[in-house]
Design a protein around this ligand. Structure first.
Ligand code: PGA
Length: 250
């Protein structure tokens, strides 16, 4: 149990259709406890559901975010893309950037940096994902990789208070494997110290993501440094998602 302010971000990835919106009813009801227990729920559904989620979650404590966006901050000829201005327009307050599932498709730190800059300019808060691969870990270069992602991804960004970092080891996403609490505490503190030293950020917020579920949450909340969780698979079932939040506080 914790009495710290905690973020719970539901990353629905490429899942969900119009009828999934019904499942939000329970979460809306549950989210009324968020003032008492100091938590924030943020839903990041696929683009096709953002408008419906936005309408459904209007006047609730739950915020919405996009799962990615184009780096260009204004309209333009970019077939298949959307920008942060459009996300903001639909009611999003957040956007996930730098997710490893997009890094794998070719997004590099420079592109992610451009996306962060234009999204902050358009008034969004950023969920900035970083994390090492299994081979990085085996080669003992986790810290080097994290430092590189932080320094280049956040280069030249002034409004760092608008950035939540999500530490997601690539090998733990969707694998059911979660790092030890000892490794997580060390890596999250390393990220926080880097943000303090390199970017003079006073109170960095760092979340953990990767196979968070009902079983491991009880252990994960023992990590002092963690400020919340980015949850993929287990967030699509609202009962499971609510229970994960409950286990943190109640
Ligand atoms: P997972 O996904 O919880 O299904 O591992 C987390 C994420 O990719 O953000």
């Amino acid at each position: 149990m914790t009495n710290k302010y905690m973020y719970f971000i539901a990353n629905w990835k490429m899942y969900g259709e119009l009828n999934s919106i019904k499942s939000l009813n329970k979460v809306i009801k549950f989210s009324k406890l968020s003032k008492k227990y100091n938590f924030k729920i943020i839903y990041c559904p696929p683009y096709t559901l953002l408008n419906s989620f936005s309408k459904k979650l209007k006047n609730t404590n739950i915020h919405i975010g996009g799962q990615n966006c184009h780096y260009y901050e204004r309209s333009g000829s970019f077939t298949g893309s959307i920008n942060s201005k459009m996300l903001k327009d639909i009611g999003a307050k957040y956007v996930i950037l730098g997710h490893s599932e997009n890094r794998i498709l070719g997004e590099n730190n420079l592109l992610i940096n451009k996306k962060i800059k234009s999204s902050i300019k358009n008034g969004l808060k950023i969920i900035f994902c970083i994390g090492e691969t299994l081979s990085n870990k085996k080669n003992n270069i986790t810290r080097k990789i994290l430092m590189n992602q932080i320094s280049n991804g956040l280069k030249g960004i002034k409004k760092l208070n608008d950035v939540l970092v999500a530490y997601e080891p690539v090998w733990s996403i969707g694998s059911g494997i979660v790092p030890s609490n000892h490794d997580l505490e060390n890596n999250i503190n390393f990220i926080k110290n880097s943000l303090k030293q390199k970017f003079k950020l006073k109170v960095p917020k760092v979340l953990y993501g990767g196979s968070v579920n009902l079983q491991n949450i009880v252990n994960l909340i023992k990590i002092d440094a963690v400020d919340g969780f980015l949850i993929g698979g287990a967030s699509q079932d609202s009962n499971k998602f609510i229970d994960i939040v409950k286990k943190t506080f109640i």
